[in-house]
Design a protein around this ligand. Structure first.
Ligand SMILES: NC(=O)c1ccc[n+]([C@@H]2O[C@H](COP(=O)([O-])OP(=O)(O)OC[C@H]3O[C@@H](n4cnc5c(N)ncnc54)[C@H](OP(=O)(O)O)[C@@H]3O)[C@@H](O)[C@H]2O)c1
Length: 253
């Protein structure tokens, strides 16, 4: 069934991995700002539950089954959005994993299976989703892609002994976010002649399952506070492209 919407003015945003954590908080903030939010989740039931939760808070949102590792799922989701909305204004590539938090073996720092799983979601998933939704984003007057990255992927931080991130070593996650940042730069250049902007955002260290369920005292930010940085980059129709920012401003690559 095709949903009939007012296609004229309302901003339409898709958040991947929106069923929990930072993605759910980002979806809520976007909705509170008057955006129609598509809640991407690989589990359809979880997408429905998240949508029901946000609708109870008065937010205009729709569940969207979307597994960023599945080409079929991505293609079906893009077609659904094309049929229901005809365009996409904002794509938040939020879905991400950090399996090293629970499975890394310090004696085996290069676990290739873990590397592949991490890259499949954090890098290839973002590339595949961005590729599938680009035609809809270019149909927007001001398309925006926000890649949810991390300072853990900043090569400058890793090499700076005075950085609080210098001592952190999670190779698969760090290289995946560095690759994601590279994707931000390359895609922003590829799209320089279009209305679509592409940026990376580090939300901070956030109290989510990924941020560390055993370490909540260490993760200083709540998801709704951290989502503000993501939304501040996503909402404006004009702004920079090819940048990497956090709460305090520009982050060195
Ligand atoms: N938390 C932090 O401190 C922090 C810091 C910097 C950057 N980040 C980044 O912020 C983003 C969100 O992280 P979070 O802290 O909110 O983590 P989280 O609570 O673990 O949530 C991760 C989300 O990604 C989804 N996801 C994972 N694989 C997926 C797939 N193949 N297809 C679709 N969705 C998938 C999960 O869905 P399921 O429920 O189905 O697993 C979940 O909704 C990530 O990109 C992360 O790297 C987080």
């Amino acid at each position: 069934m095709t949903i009939t919407h007012d296609r004229s003015t309302k901003t339409i945003a898709l958040v991947t991995g929106a069923n929990r954590g930072l993605g759910l908080a980002t979806a809520q903030l976007l909705g509170e700002a008057g955006t129609t939010v598509l809640l991407g989740a690989r589990n359809a039931a979880k997408a429905e539950i998240a949508a029901a939760r946000l609708r109870d808070r008065g937010i205009d949102c729709w569940p969207l089954t979307l597994d960023v590792e599945s080409e079929l799922s991505i293609a079906a989701a893009a077609e659904r959005v094309r049929l229901d909305h005809g365009r996409l204004d904002i794509l938040i590539n939020n879905a991400g994993i950090l399996p090293e938090a629970t499975t890394a073996d310090a004696a085996q720092p290069l676990d290739l299976d873990l590397f592949r799983r991490t890259f499949d979601t954090n890098v290839f998933g973002v590339a595949a989703v961005s590729q599938a939704f680009l035609p809809l984003l270019t149909d927007s007057e001001a398309g925006r892609i926000v890649n949810v990255s991390s300072r853990m992927g900043s090569l400058a931080d890793q090499l700076d002994p005075s950085s609080p991130y210098a001592g952190m070593v999670v190779p698969a996650y760090q290289t995946s976010k560095a690759a994601l940042n590279g994707l931000t730069i390359a895609l922003s250049k590829s799209l320089s002649g279009t209305s679509v902007r592409v940026n990376s955002v580090c939300p901070g260290w956030v109290q989510t399952d990924l941020g560390g369920p055993d370490n909540r005292a260490a993760a200083p930010m709540k998801a709704d506070e951290a989502a503000r940085t993501v939304v501040d980059m996503a909402l404006p129709t004009e702004g920079p492209t090819g940048t990497f920012v956090d709460l305090d401003g520009v982050v060195p690559w």
